[in-house]
Design a protein around this ligand. Sequence first.
Ligand code: PGA
Length: 256
Amino acid sequence: MSSRKKLIAGNWKMNKTASDGAALVSELVATIGKQTDVEVVLCPPFTGLESAAKALDGSTLKLGAQNMHFEPSGAFTGEVSAPMLRALFTTHVILGHSERRSYFAETDALINKKVLAALKNQLRPILCVGESLAERESGATLKVVQTQTEAALEGVAKDQAASLVIAYEPVWAIGTGKVATTEQAQEVHAFIRGLLTKLFTEPVAQKIRILYGGSMKPANAPELLAQKDIDGGLIGGASLEARSFVELVKAAAAVV
Ligand code: PGA
């Protein structure tokens, strides 16, 4: 049995105004606000961080951002830095999401700078990696995941690595209703654990949570979460409503 605490993170993407988000957080606090056997992280858009932070104050729920710039401050119009996120009680930050990679041209080199900046500022990166449908069909899945993981983690010190979270999100499964089979997901998760072992040693790799993401829902979560190397989920669509998100947290608690 793994000693890693399961982690369920809600990626709201570009959804919910500050007040709609605070209302959802209040509902979640009422039902799972004292959950301690599962770590729960909510990732609203930047504009919702402050109201979400107030709404979850005093609960066990944690706050994450969906992106950040790698510099602490400066002339970067439209960007938000790690110290700014920390000042709003943010503890986690999603980095390298496939939507950032494809719509905003984020490269592995840029994502690497962000990972290093997040760690420097005591923010836990939730680093997303995953292959496209064409890459899976051409048999390149493991190679793509290896390149993305190794490039994003270049220069990460062994003593910082345990605070990393990796999210394996096959691009073809995101928002499509097509979920990876448990075998497909576990194979990639075990492969990532192997990469982490090479980079940071076995004891450190055993501490790092590897989440699955891509159309995870209450119906398919129990089987995925029961896999040896699947330590939780990064949830998009199903995190936008209290009922489905709470069910996912309960599913994670059930396999603890
Ligand atoms: P989905 O999104 O659950 O809606 O597929 C997951 C994600 O993109 O993080």
